[in-house]
Design a protein around this ligand. Structure first.
Ligand SMILES: [Zn+2]
Ligand SMILES: [Zn+2]
Length: 132
C-alpha cells in the first residue's frame, strides 16, 4: 500500500519535471504564437502521460477493503472524499444515509461516477434513489 503510494508520487513528480522542462525550452526569444504552438505540442506529447497519471490517481488499489467491515471491495466500492475512506455498498449507506453533504463516488470495475446524497448502492452495483 505504502509502496504504491510512493510509486504514484514518483510518477507525478516526473510529470511535473517534464512540464517545467517544456516551459524552459519555450521561453527564449520566440514569438508568442510560436510559444503557444510549442505549449500545445508539449501538451500533445504529454497528454498520454497526464491521462495515465490521472487514471491511476482515480483508480482504486487492488488491495482495497471496506474501512468499516474490512471486506474486499475491489470490484465495487464507494469512495467518500469527505471521510477519505472507501466503503462497501452496505457500510456506505448505513453510514452516509444521514450525512447528505459528504462527497461520494461510486467505483465499479471500469468506471466511476458521483453519487447523489439520496442515492444508495445495492450490493450488485445497482443505484437506487431512496425516498426522503
Ligand atoms: Zn463494509
Ligand atoms: Zn463520508
Amino acid at each position: 500500500m505504502l509502496k504504491e503510494k510512493i510509486e504514484r508520487m514518483r510518477e507525478e513528480a516526473k510529470i511535473e519535471n517534464a512540464s517545467i522542462e517544456n516551459v524552459a525550452k519555450t521561453s527564449s526569444n520566440k514569438t508568442w504564437a510560436k510559444r503557444r504552438e510549442d505549449v500545445d505540442a508539449g501538451w500533445d506529447t504529454n497528454r498520454e502521460t497526464y491521462l495515465t497519471a490521472f487514471i491511476k490517481h482515480k483508480a482504486l488499489f487492488q488491495s482495497d477493503i471496506c474501512s468499516n467491515c474490512k471486506i474486499s471491495i475491489v470490484h465495487l466500492a464507494v469512495r467518500c472524499r469527505t471521510c477519505s475512506e472507501h466503503y462497501c455498498p452496505d457500510c456506505d449507506w448505513a453510514y452516509h444515509c444521514k450525512k447528505p453533504f459528504h462527497d461520494r463516488e461510486l467505483f465499479e470495475e471500469s468506471s466511476s461516477r458521483p453519487i447523489l446524497p439520496s442515492e444508495c448502492i445495492l450490493p450488485n452495483g445497482q443505484v437506487i434513489e431512496k425516498g426522503k
